[in-house]
Design a protein around this ligand. Structure first.
Ligand SMILES: [Zn+2]
Length: 363
């Protein structure tokens, strides 16, 4: 039913409000139905024509017919209503809204530049290391940064009060004294506890790398940071020997630093490996001749490694890690140290300052 202007016999404010609301909703509906210029012209004539348009009818039927005492109020309302109707009818013209946006749009303004993000050098180096081992069949394991004493130390063959614990500069969580020592919480000092978690989860054979953040109570300087990253590796199977360890790490270092580098293994000590070895690579800056980077030695020490200590395997004897039947090797490397050598960065703090001028060099 098309809207027609009613005659009013009640000029109370409430009745006027009702009549105006009806008219407004009628126009809203008609505006919504306008699809073409012809529709719009019909709408314009129906509402705004001088002869018998709806606005003219309102003037005649509402304002002129109003009793003297209501004229002032009705006049004010009709004026407001007229302005609203005129604007409403005008803006109903198809294309009006988009045309006005186009008028305001300055297509000569420069666009909004959205800088591309890039991997942080520590993340980039971590992923590179993982990628090298993934190609050799290693999968990725992770573990929590807040660990228990058991995972971080005991299961890695650091018995309570063992002096090797002192080398780890551990940050302990406060208020743990009431718990047995093996349950006390600390911030993990190395990614080695992930070895324990992996051996609890999977039966041998196993080949995993464990990347992650570790914590030591070190004072920050150019080569120390209380937070840094490691990638741990573990391989356990039948008949794994030290030759497998040497071959695997020699290949990994060549992948990481180029096929020219040579590796050598020096006796070392870690509680969780026996025998243990430090791995050195020929200096990739001077090629072994001697320079400042390698302190004139021609060699750079890069990671720790060794055959998994039978005592570490024995913690998981029930899950297939019988030291009489299986053997394995483990290794660990500092991600920041490798990134610093690879990219010639001389201050470890640069990794943690979040300075875009430093970071964008790796984009
Ligand atoms: Zn050198």
């Amino acid at each position: 039913m098309a809207y027609t202007v009613p005659k009013l016999d009640d000029y109370s404010p409430a009745a006027l409000d009702r009549a105006i609301a009806d008219l407004r909703s009628a126009l809203e509906h008609e505006v919504a139905a306008v699809k073409s210029d012809a529709d719009h012209e019909a709408l314009r004539i129906r509402w705004r024509a001088r002869t018998n348009g709806i606005l003219t009818q309102i003037n005649d039927l509402w304002l002129k017919a109003a009793p003297k005492e209501a004229k002032r109020d009705v006049g004010q309302r009709v004026n407001e209503l007229k302005t609203w109707v005129e604007e409403k009818v005008e803006s109903a013209k198809p294309g009006t809204a988009s045309a006005s946006v186009a008028d305001k749009l300055d297509i000569t303004l420069p666009g909004i530049r959205r800088p591309l993000g890039a991997e942080h050098p520590v993340v980039k180096t971590t992923n590179e290391i993982i990628g090298i081992f993934a190609k050799m069949g290693y999968s990725v394991e992770t573990g929590p940064e807040i660990e228990t004493d058991y995972y971080n130390f005991e299961s890695m063959n650091f018995p309570p009060n063992h002096p090797a614990r002192d080398t780890q500069d551990t940050i302990f969580i406060a208020g743990q004294e009431s718990k047995p020592q093996r349950d006390r919480l600390l911030l993990r000092t190395h990614t080695s506890p992930v070895q324990t978690r992996a051996m609890e989860k999977h039966r041998p054979p196993i080949r995993v790398v464990a990347p992650g953040k570790v914590h030591r109570s070190d004072t920050p300087d150019a080569s120390h940071s209380p937070i840094f990253h490691q990638v741990e590796g573990l391989a356990v199977d039948n008949n794994i020997t030290f030759s497998d360890l040497k071959g695997t790490l020699d290949h990994a270092m060549k992948e990481l630093f180029g096929s020219d580098v040579k590796t050598r293994f020096f006796p070392s000590f870690f509680p969780f490996t026996e025998p243990s070895a430090d791995v050195q690579v020929t200096c990739f800056k001077c090629g072994g001749k001697g320079c400042r980077l390698c302190k004139m030695s021609g060699w750079i020490e890069l990671l720790g490694s060794g055959m998994v200590d039978p005592k570490v395997l024995a913690f998981h004897k029930d899950n297939g890690y019988d030291p009489e039947k299986v053997s394995g090797f483990a290794f660990g490397m500092g991600v920041e140290r490798i990134a610093m050598l690879k990219y010639g960065i001389d201050d470890i703090q640069l990794f943690f300052h979040g300075d875009v001028r430093f970071l964008e060099q790796f984009a």
